[in-house]
Design a protein around this ligand. Sequence first.
Ligand code: 15L
Length: 267
Amino acid sequence: MAHLNRILLTGASGGLGTLLRTGIAKMCTHLRLSSRYGLGQAGPNEEHAICDLSDADAVLEMTRDVDMVIHMGGVGRENTFDAILQSNYVGFYNLYEGCRKNRVKRVIWGSSNHAIGFYSRTQRIDASVPTRPDSNYGVSKVFGEGLAQYYWDKFDLESVSIRIGSCFPKPLDRRMLTTWLSYPDFINLTECCLTAPRVEHTIVYGVSDNDSVLWDNHMAAHLGYRPKDNAEVHRAEIEAATEPHDRDDLAIAVHGGGFAAAGHFED
Ligand code: 15L
C-alpha cells in the first residue's frame, strides 16, 4: 500500500467522504477532515475542522500544512442556484485559492458525469469531448473543471477531476448498470489519483468495469486505475425489480438520466 503524508478530506461527513475517511486513513500519516457538520470521534491520526467552504478565511486556514486535498465537499445534486453558488462556485474558488496560497501540491475532487449528462447513450465518449451539462449542478462541475485547468496552467497546482458516475454499494436502477462505480473501485481510484507521479490536470471517469460502460478513460491511463467490479453481476436483479424505459425517455436516452429529464429546479 502506498504511503502518503498530510491529506485534507473535505465533505468528510457525506456519503463518499465517510467512505474515503476509512479507505484513506490507513494510507497517510495525518488526515485532516473537514465538514460543516460534526465528525464524531477522531481516529488516531485524524484532526477535525468544522468549516463552511464559503468562508474564505476558514478555508485558507484549513488548507494550511497539507500536501494534497481530496475535495468531496459541496452540493452533490441539483438544488437552488443560491445553494450551488455558495458551495460549488464560491466554496470551490476559496478552496483553490487556499491551496494556491498554501502551496498544496494536488487537489483530487468529485466532479460528476452530469458535466457531460446530455450526451446520447448512442455515443461513447472520452475526456476530450466538449462538456454538455444536464443541470445547474452539472454546470457548476464544468466551472470546477475549468478552474482546475486554470490553476494548473497558471499556478502549477495539479488536479484530478473525477467525473463520478453512480457510486453506491450496488446499482440501483437500469441506468446504473452503465454508470455504476463500486465502493472498492472508488477507493482504489482515489489512491491512484494520490500516488500517480504527475497528473497535471487530468479528467477521469469514475466508473467500474461495467460491460455497457460509455466512458473511455484512455486519456487518464497514467493514473494506473484498473477497475475490478462489473455492474453486470447485478443485471438480473435490477431487471426483475424495475420496468424497462421507453427508448426516448431522457431518463435512459442520455448519460445523465434523471438529472437531464428533470425540469428546472426552481420552477
Ligand atoms: C451525482 O453527481 C450525484 O451526486 C449522485 O447522487 C448520483 O445521482 C450520480 O450523480 C448519478 O448520476 O447517478
